[in-house]
Design a protein around this ligand. Structure first.
Ligand SMILES: Nc1ncnc2c1ncn2[C@@H]1O[C@H](COP(=O)(O)OP(=O)(O)OP(=O)(O)O)[C@@H](O)[C@H]1O
Length: 360
């Protein structure tokens, strides 16, 4: 049995939140790029709900639209990109609902860092090389809060300690720090004002295995200690396995599956998710041939009709070439511990006999 996934359930389109556990809702979001060769529909009708205190992982191959989606959530989309439709509502603890699409530039400045923080890809390389770490912290804190310089300076050693760095790091320049230390500094800056939501884009990429482990451990501890909500974007499924509570799988600008981390890794439903999981190398056990996903991602300027994965799907059926599958709840697939449902956009689960009836 499959049920409709009403992304606005509990959240009216006015932005009034009737479900206190929700921090961010995305409804039918479309983010396109105008290019010489036509319109590139990088994010094409994404709906998602993020709960307070959870780590939501966004996974998918390169080019599937992960960064385009997260930059739109932060209202950082830049030309030739633009938001072509949809709604994003944000419900920070001490503020009323914020419509992130229509919010003014001034209001956005007021919530960035304080409520909504961003760790962009390669953020550790964006530290100012001519400023000591303490000054970089102060500049950022003073720009986004009413604190005095002295108050901001007093916070620095505590923040550094929270990410496992010694207080003397405050007096150092970025070139004196290793990659892992710089990434810890950028994370400390991102959490300085205790934001409700941190969006981290590939926070462990470009780090060696040892530092990757440290950053994963640290993000997990910070979430537990500060109760932060994190959207974690990475193509690295092993990072999701260790950090995420839920995972949203993106393919060709849309979400094809959303589920609890256990559900996604133990019993993935969508053939694309199954392909992603089967591409993860396993250590120990029998030697098996890595399967991977055949073919290439289609162009966002010309998505295939029907299910966008049908050109690569090992289980393709005639209707997959014509009918767009909706992201639907699969009944009886609730995670026992979290009580969360699993959502899948695949005709295998909308057929009677295969997954039940379609009662959308
Ligand atoms: N400035 C731009 N102009 C035109 N097209 C763009 C632009 N930025 C991204 N795109 C296109 O949008 C699609 C999605 O890109 P995006 O960077 O969001 O994917 P991604 O999943 O984050 O990939 P990666 O993991 O490699 O960062 C791609 O086809 C990309 O070529």
């Amino acid at each position: 049995m499959v049920k409709s996934n009403n992304a606005s359930q509990g959240t009216q389109t006015t932005g009034k939140n009737t479900d206190e556990s929700l921090l961010l809702t995305v409804e039918d979001l479309k983010v396109y790029y105008d290019t010489v060769g036509g319109v590139s529909k990088a994010v094409d009708s994404v709906s998602l709900r993020i709960k307070r205190g959870e780590i939501l992982g966004i996974a998918g191959e390169s080019g599937c639209g992960k960064s385009t989606l997260t930059t739109a959530l932060l209202r950082l989309t830049q030309r030739p990109g633009y938001i072509a439709g949809g709604a994003i509502h944000f419900y920070p603890q001490e503020k009323g609902p914020i419509d992130l699409i229509t919010v003014s530039g001034e209001q956005l400045r007021a919530i960035r860092w304080r409520n909504l923080s961003y760790l962009p890809q390669g953020s550790m390389n964006s530290l100012n090389p001519v400023l000591r770490i303490a000054d970089q912290f102060c500049d950022a804190i003073l720009e986004h809060s009413q604190m005095s310089r002295r108050q901001a300076l007093n916070m620095v050693s505590d923040l550094l300690q929270q990410v496992g760095l010694e207080p003397h790091v405050a007096r150092m320049y970025p070139h004196e720090l290793s990659g892992g230390m710089k990434q810890r500094v950028t994370i400390a800056m991102a959490i300085a004002l205790r934001p409700d939501l941190v969006i981290a884009d590939e926070p462990t990429t470009a780090l060696d295995v040892h530092n990757q482990r440290i950053i994963i451990q640290m993000l997990s501890e910070l979430r537990d200690k500060l109760g932060m909500t994190i959207i974690l974007v990475t193509h690295d499924m092993s990072v999701h396995a260790e950090l995420a509570d839920r995972i949203a799988i993106m393919y060709a600008g849309t979400l094809v599956e959303v589920g609890n981390v256990r559900q996604i890794f133990k019993a993935p439903k969508h053939p694309y998710t199954q392909g992603l999981i089967n591409s993860i190398p396993r250590i120990g056990g029998q030697r098996v041939r890595m399967e991977g996903i055949r073919g290439n991602t289609p162009s966002p300027k010309n998505w295939p009709a029907g299910c966008r994965f049908h050109t690569r799907c090992p289980q393709v059926m005639p209707q997959c070439r014509e009918k767009v599958p909706q992201l639907l709840t699969i009944a009886n697939e609730q995670d026992a511990q979290s009580k969360q449902s699993m959502l899948v956009a695949c005709h295998l689960y909308t057929q009677s006999g295969a997954g039940g009836t379609h009662d959308n």
